[in-house]
Design a protein around this ligand. Structure first.
Ligand code: UDP
Length: 367
């Protein structure tokens, strides 16, 4: 008998939801994290009473009613709706691509006029089977939107030519023929009132927690302490990179406290041209409809990843997906380890998906 039913490596959403579910069923858990705080990348830092999303903007959205009810049972969510604005060479456009954007681009006023314009823009790509992101985008929205609102942003974000990127990335962006600036199509959306830390703290209520603790520094001891390990870090690191390294995309954030109450009038402004080095500026107070006297803004710079940097996005190209599959094979032979989360699964998950997977994974455990 070990001291804990589960030692959970990583206090991000997957780990803390798993812990909450386990605790509910009377299981004992120890959650450890190498960082000095809980929440993984949803963690917020309070600066001048503003919840600053330290690791990039997190906007909760889901179609999964159970997950929505689940998170709302811990904290109330506000009515924030993500409506980013894009700045291309000083001109502003609404996102996602909708009637407002089409009016701003072409002066078209009706859905029919907009459809005609897009059809005209896409005509020459209609018969092509898209082999990459560029071809997919040109086929979906045509040249103007692609060159003004997609190409520069995407190439900055991924550090690669759009012709070398998989087309699925762009399928995240909706196209609409209504005057609707809501970025997401999901039924439910919002930000926890009081910030994400409130949600994570409540999920962890009554669960033992050890921060500043690197699993790999004491792997043998932690393994002895637990009947099972729940590992939410990078899968290749767990196996000491024995087959080689998976690649990730990293981000660098520059936070700035400004002596003014409203810098850009919106939580998210994307900079879609190639030669501005950041992809977006976040003004955090607008996530909470804040009326503080000051404001905090964050410039988000994509950067190459190496082991000294945080891994934010998996790069799901053929090479990495194959390599991941070989690690997954090794993982399936580990009876007492559960792997999960964005890093453990090497998948571009949204928050609701991570919560769903953690709930479902715990449900598979023997009672
Ligand atoms: N994207 C784009 N222009 C934009 C915003 C997004 O072309 O102004 C594309 C880009 O390829 C990006 C993808 O849409 O990688 C997903 O962006 P989103 O902001 O939804 O992703 P997040 O980083 O928030 O997960």
């Amino acid at each position: 008998m070990s001291k804990y039913d589960y030692v959970i490596v990583g206090a991000g959403l997957y780990g803390v939801v798993f812990a909450q579910q386990a605790k509910l069923k009377g299981k004992t858990c120890l959650v450890i994290d190498k960082r000095s705080h809980i929440g993984g990348n949803v963690y917020c830092e309070n600066i001048e009473q503003i919840n600053v999303h330290k690791y990039g903007a997190h906007i909760f959205h889901t179609n999964d009613k159970e997950v929505w009810n689940y998170v709302n049972s811990f904290v109330e969510f506000n009515r924030y709706t993500n409506s980013p604005v894009a700045n291309f060479e000083g001109e502003l456009y609404n996102l996602p691509f909708n009637m407002n954007t089409f009016y701003q681009l072409w002066g078209v006023k009706t859905p029919q006029e907009a459809r005609n314009k897009i059809d005209e823009q896409c005509m020459e790509f209609a018969d092509k089977v898209p082999a990459n992101l560029e071809e997919q985008a040109l086929k979906l929205v045509g040249k103007d939107i692609y060159y003004k609102l997609i190409k520069g942003y995407t190439e900055k974000q991924w550090g690669r030519d759009a012709k070398d990127l998989p087309s699925f990335i762009i399928k995240r962006l909706p196209v609409r023929f209504t005057f609707d600036n809501n970025y997401f199509n999901d039924k439910y959306q919002g930000i926890p009132i009081g910030g994400y830390n409130v949600l994570v703290e409540r999920l962890l209520d009554g669960v033992e927690l050890k921060l500043n603790s690197d699993f790999f520094q004491n792997k043998t001891e932690y393994t002895k302490l637990a009947n099972k390990i729940v590992y939410t870090g990078m899968l290749d690191e767990f196996f000491d990179y024995c087959y080689g390294e998976l690649e990730y995309r990293s981000l660098h954030f520059e936070h700035q406290l400004l002596n003014q109450d409203n810098y850009q009038g919106n939580a998210v402004v994307n900079y879609t041209e190639r030669n501005i080095p950041y992809t977006r500026i976040i003004e955090h107070k607008h996530f909470d409809f804040g009326n503080q006297e000051k404001t905090v803004i964050t410039r988000e710079y994509p950067q190459e990843w190496d082991k000294t940097k945080e891994a934010y996005y998996p790069i799901n190209n053929d090479r990495n997906n194959k390599l991941f599959a070989t690690y997954k094979q090794l993982a399936s032979q580990q009876n007492n380890v559960i792997f999960g989360g964005r890093l453990g699964d090497y998948a571009y998950y949204d928050m609701d998906k991570v919560i769903r997977l953690a709930i479902d994974r715990f449900a598979l455990e023997k009672k």
